[in-house]
Design a protein around this ligand. Structure first.
Ligand SMILES: Nc1ncnc2c1ncn2[C@@H]1O[C@H](COP(=O)(O)OP(=O)(O)OP(=O)(O)O)[C@@H](O)[C@H]1O
Ligand SMILES: [Mg+2]
Length: 262
């Protein structure tokens, strides 16, 4: 589904790439977690996949392919068709992505209608149904709410619901739980595991939290200063971390929802 081969990403004229020699082969339905300290290049990697690097960022080496086709050849139209439907993204704080002065429903309807020809009523119903599937009990009520009337966890579920509307093959999640309290973190993580079960979505999950990665991911990539310093199945990474950096991370794992998973 997704293939990244020896990818380097450079911002502007910076002679040092922010990410260097990054490789990842991913099948549909797989969950891969990218773990690493701040500025290690995690966000850069997933933005490169989505073709939306900020600040003059570009893929300076290597190749990214989606469904067998190099994304470097995608034009504006093709990206518009893919983003939000085949590949979608959720952020650390979905509330920040939502317009604070508009109700969820009107934003959700607009989002659906930019991707698919559909009447307002049908789009509204689809949105409300999707919210309920993400375990927001009263979809209609959420649709009529303003973002500030929801809790952080509820807003994050709205973000996941929107990202999952078109059942993408690949979901990119950039620290989707780090702004939440531990109990809500655990709920969101379980919700994401259900996405894979129900929709067979491939997920790249970026997190600071190796415990969360250990709970969710089939495979874990550990990054430091723009490089992959460890990669393997979760069992390999947890039982036999090859780098001293990963061993250090393992020693400082916080608990997830009151439980330690590693
Ligand atoms: N818009 C930008 N313009 C220039 N350089 C950038 C930009 N965004 C990121 N970088 C650089 O790329 C490197 C990796 O940053 P990135 O945001 O990918 O790290 P991260 O692992 O996601 O960090 P965090 O955990 O803090 O979110 C950093 O050295 C950063 O300075
Ligand atoms: Mg980041």
């Amino acid at each position: 589904m997704l293939s990244m081969r020896n990818v380097s990403v450079t911002y502007g004229n910076n002679p040092v790439p922010a990410v260097e020699n990054f490789s990842l082969e991913m099948k549909q339905g797989e969950i891969v977690s990218i773990v690493g300290e701040s500025r290690s290049g995690k966000t850069t990697v997933i933005r490169a996949v989505l073709g939306c690097l900020p600040g003059g960022g570009y893929v300076s080496r290597g190749e990214i392919s989606f469904e067998g086709r190099p994304v470097s050849g995608f034009g504006r139209e093709e990206w518009r068709r893919l983003r939000g439907t085949e590949i979608s993204m959720i952020f650390q704080d979905s509330g920040a992505m939502l317009n604070p002065v508009r109700r969820i429903g009107s934003q959700y309807v607009e989002y659906i209608r930019t991707h698919e020809k559909m009447g307002r009523r049908a789009a509204w119903e689809r949105g409300a149904r999707m919210l309920e599937q993400m375990r927001l009990p009263d979809g209609e009520h959420i649709m009529r709410s303003y973002p500030f009337q929801l809790s952080g966890g509820q807003r994050q579920r709205v973000g996941i619901a929107m990202a999952m509307t078109f059942q993408p093959k690949l979901l990119l999640a950039d620290e989707p739980t780090s702004a939440l309290d531990v109990t809500t973190q655990a709920q969101i993580v379980r919700q994401m595991l259900k996405l894979r079960e129900e929709y067979h979505t491939g997920i790249i999950m970026v997190t600071h939290n190796l415990g969360e990665a250990a709970y969710m991911a089939d495979r874990i990539l550990v990054m430091k200063e723009g490089h992959i310093v460890d990669a393997g199945t979760r069992e390999q990474i947890l039982a036999h971390p090859s780098s001293a950096y990963t061993r250090n991370l393992l020693d400082s794992v916080p608990a997830l929802g009151g439980y330690r998973f590693v």
